[in-house]
Write a protein that binds this ligand. Structure first.
Ligand code: HSE
Length: 426
């Protein structure tokens, strides 16, 4: 039977879940996978945390050097998160020939190139299933299940915190601030929620996933990013009345015009399968040229779901003697020949606060007409004395075209404010 010794760097929520799965299921893995996995080291500053998990003192390492020089450690699991000290630790582990399994999306999205180069030098494995969409086996699906396809698009709810917030705003009418507070109380959102609510976390994941999907390096700088902090609950409610659900989507498309990668709040039709992905759940919808549509759904975070992804990498690493690296040129700044779509097209939901008097609608639609921007739907939704609120839904149009039109609208004395502009995706 194959044997592998594992070291876990960091015993937070995910490290604890990983330890639990590895220890409680040791016999099960021997029987079902033919591998005997033992935890040989943990590296954690808070030793009480290690003791609370039932870890023996002899297993607790005092430094990364101790882990790297332990001949019984074959696989190092990094679940510290962030850039440092994770980067230094992972680099040291790879340099000493250990295979690395990481859940660290920020580290991976920013330093995949250098880490892979180190792994290659030592013929070590570098696995990152848990870095994207937690327990959902999306990386393995892309690397080992969909190779027969050219992947045309990837569209997903890849951040659980923002999905929880948007669900709460949609179903309970909470404001953004109220929903964020509740997400923090439940432990979904961090005390500093910026990485999630401003879309950075989703950007890291989309850069990794679209690189694998489209077989070309997509750097985070290539991903357009917009978070959910400016979302008004009114727009979620109006969208709902019109048959749309608001989600923070990561969207990647490989088109004839180039690659399009973006993270932003998006209205999707209520009938879209992603619309029923609620609370902190994640889901990814893929289109392959042979298989057609595929959707993967599950928990994107948490001790056991993320631990499940990590242990699946550990088992894979323990069972294979040769490792595989990116199929594309893994350059730090991407490849010059990859073309990106800068002015992507989308449908738009635009809510305006305007003067409630004769001729205003005609003036506004005149601006749209002059800009060559085609309107699909107009409705008046609310207002107070002398003010009306108008929602305009456009047909497909270019981003640049929309920005110019909004500037022209702002310049009209009859337009008091542009209350909301949200992209729509069919
Ligand atoms: N903070 C992430 C989320 C979890 O809310 O989805 C791990 O990436």
């Amino acid at each position: 039977m194959k044997k592998a010794g594992v070291a876990i760097l960091g015993l937070g929520v995910v490290g604890g879940g990983t330890y639990q799965i590895l220890t409680e299921k040791r016999e099960y893995f021997k029987k079902t996978q033919g591998v005997d996995l033992t935890v040989e080291n943990v590296l954690e500053k808070n030793v009480d945390r290690a003791f609370s998990l039932g870890i023996d003192r002899s297993v607790i390492a005092s430094s990364i050097e101790e882990v790297c020089s332990n001949p019984n450690v074959d696989i190092v699991v990094e679940v510290i998160g962030g850039i440092e000290p994770a980067k230094t630790f992972v680099t040291k582990a790879l340099k000493s020939g250990k295979t690395v399994v990481t859940s660290n999306k920020e580290l991976f999205a920013k330093h995949w190139t250098e880490l892979e180069a180190e792994a290659k030098k030592m013929h070590a494995g570098l696995f990152f299933e848990a870095s994207c969409v937690g327990g959902v086996p999306i990386i393995r699906a892309l690397q080992e299940g969909m190779q027969a396809n050219k992947i045309l698009s990837i569209k997903g709810i890849i951040n659980g915190t923002t999905n929880y917030i948007l669900t709460k705003m949609a179903y309970e009418g909470s404001s953004y601030e109220e929903a964020l507070k509740e997400a923090q109380r439940l432990g979904y959102a961090e005390f500093n929620p910026t990485a999630d609510v401003e879309g950075f976390d989703a950007t890291y994941k989309l850069s990794i996933l679209s690189s694998l999907a489209f077989n070309k390096k997509i750097c985070i700088e290539n991903v357009y990013r917009e978070g959910i902090t400016g979302i008004d609950k009114e727009d979620i409610a109006y969208g709902k009345e019109m048959g749309y659900t608001l989600k923070l989507l990561g969207i990647g498309k490989d088109t004839e015009n180039g690659v399009e990668v973006r993270v932003h709040p998006t209205f999707i039709k209520n009938s879209d399968p992603l619309a029923s992905v609620n609370d902190s759940f994640n889901a990814v919808h893929l289109v392959g040229d042979a298989v057609g549509e595929i959707m993967l759904y599950g928990r994107g975070a948490g001790a056991l779901p993320t631990g499940s992804a990590i242990v699946s990498d550990v088992i894979f690493a323990a069972k294979h003697d040769r490792y595989f690296y990116a199929n594309f040129e893994n350059n730090k700044k991407g490849n010059k020949e990859t073309k990106f779509v800068s002015d992507f097209t989308s449908k738009y939901y635009i809510r305006l606060s305007v003067a409630d008097k004769a001729g205003v609608l005609a003036k506004i639609s005149g601006v749209f007409a002059k800009s060559g921007l085609s309107i699909n739907e107009v409705r008046q939704v609310a207002g107070f004395e002398g003010e009306a609120q108008i929602i305009i839904v456009t047909h497909l149009c270019g981003e640049g075209q929309v920005k110019k039109t909004l500037e022209k609208l702002k310049a009209l004395p009859e337009v008091f404010a542009i209350k909301g502009t949200i992209r729509m995706e069919d």
